[in-house]
Design a protein around this ligand. Structure first.
Ligand code: ADP
Length: 390
């Protein structure tokens, strides 16, 4: 009988990975590369125990990634031998890849009037000229918190568009997982580039991932990420203090209570709640999604807004999308047949559109249910009250 040693192989893999990270933190590139190569080999061994072919394939692919990482470390790209500044240059291209074009206007965001005003006040304070002899700390960091799909990304994009700024769209969890021990250099490179392309808006989505990472793995690399980011948020770089080099950081989270208090304090009073839309806001979002997109509906926007209590902006958008899809299927019964005739036939075919019906919206509302519960909302409210008194 073949003995199953998979548990042992996996344990060896985990140990090798821990050793590799440790070497990397301490700047021992050669040793780190060797351990990562060991990780690759152990994963290949481990893949042989997989019963399922797709699982085996996944493990082999992951092994390949470890080999690539080892090669990258060895080629000096990540090694300590590379000087700090040229290492930052290596990340310049990566960081430039985070620049996103945005042309979202404030009028494309339904409701959230108070939130919009708070954000506008923050950057107006920072950018307006101060009277001679008057010194004021300019707001440079904003934290948006609230349930998912409520328009946090939209708000950041609209701010950037309004300021005619370069928009750096960063998902913190991606950055931490893709760049292993290198995230801290990536952050430095990011802010350096943001300063060079100022005015800039640095949008840090899933900001909470930062403290989660710190708790999960107390390695030097993760601590470095946090301290680099904190010093960027503090704006220790003198250049960033003048208006010509204005860099506004907008962080966003759906789970603010998981963020370390020391990090929260960097945002001062600019912790802005982005709630689920109230009835008036739902109406505004529905007008954007239905009327401005050229659809006609037999159900009034006001009635729909009443019916969609508890839905987020993203969910309202999905409801309308679902209803539109039902309408299109109904008004174009021959669409599938057209599709089978190929691209040219389709290009010559004009879609027929009809009026959105009660049934279209009813089936959409059945299919798309709100995910934020009243209990979740209460948690946000409580956190909000808590930070106000602290
Ligand atoms: P978050 O960043 O809060 O998770 P997003 O800003 O990414 O949410 O919103 C997701 C999508 O939902 C947007 O692209 C937009 O289509 C829609 N949406 C959400 N909130 C609003 C709003 N207030 N007005 C208009 N559309 C919204």
């Amino acid at each position: 009988m073949k003995v199953d040693l998979s548990g042992q192989v996996w344990a060896q893999f985990e140990q090798a990975q821990t050793r590799a990270k440790h070497h990397l933190d301490e700047g021992r590139s050669e040793e780190a590369a060797a351990e990562y190569r060991r990780c690759a080999n152990l994963l290949r061994q481990y893949s042989q125990y997989a019963i399922d072919a797709s699982v085996r394939k996944q493990r082999l692919e992951r092994a390949e990634k470890f080999d690539q990482l080892a090669a990258r470390i060895q080629s000096g790209l990540m090694g300590q031998a590379v000087s700090e500044s040229s290492a930052l240059d290596d990340y310049r291209e990566t960081v430039r890849g985070l620049v996103t074009k945005t042309d979202v206007g404030w009028d494309e965001i339904g409701g959230l009037e108070e939130t919009k005003r708070e954000i506008q006040t923050a950057y107006a304070l920072a950018l307006a000229r101060k009277p001679e002899g008057v010194r004021m700390r300019s707001p440079r960091n904003i934290l948006l918190y609230g349930p998912p799909g409520t328009g946090k990304t939209l708000l950041a994009a609209a701010t950037s568009h309004e300021l005619d700024a370069t928009f750096f769209n960063v998902r913190v969890s991606d950055m931490l997982s893709k760049y292993f021990g290198e995230s801290s250099k990536l952050i430095s490179a990011l802010y350096r580039e943001a300063g060079a392309q100022a005015p800039s808006v640095v949008f840090l989505d899933e900001f909470d991932a930062l403290t989660a990472a710190r708790e999960g793995d107390e390695s030097g690399a993760e601590r470095r990420v946090l301290s680099t980011l904190l010093s960027e948020l503090d704006g220790l770089d003198n250049k960033r203090k003048d208006e010509k080099h204005y860099v506004l950081t907008i962080a966003a989270t759906n789970i603010p209570w998981q963020i370390d208090k020391a990090v929260i304090s960097r945002f001062g009073a600019r912790l802005i709640y982005v709630p689920l839309p109230d009835e008036a806001a739902r109406r505004a979002i529905l007008e954007i999604e239905i009327e401005r997109k050229g659809h006609a509906s037999e159900v009034s926007v006001a009635a729909l807004a009443r019916a969609l209590g508890g839905y987020s902006g993203r969910e309202i958008e999905a409801v309308v999308g679902h209803a539109v899809a039902s309408m299109v299927r109904r008004t174009n019964p021959d669409l599938l047949q057209q599709a089978s005739l190929g691209r040219e036939a389709l290009a010559a075919y004009t879609l027929k559109v009809g009026v959105l019906t009660v049934a279209d919206f009813e089936s959409a509302q059945m299919a798309i249910r709100p995910t934020t519960t009243p209990k979740d909302v209460a948690r946000f409210e409580l956190w909000r009250q808590q930070i106000e008194v602290e």
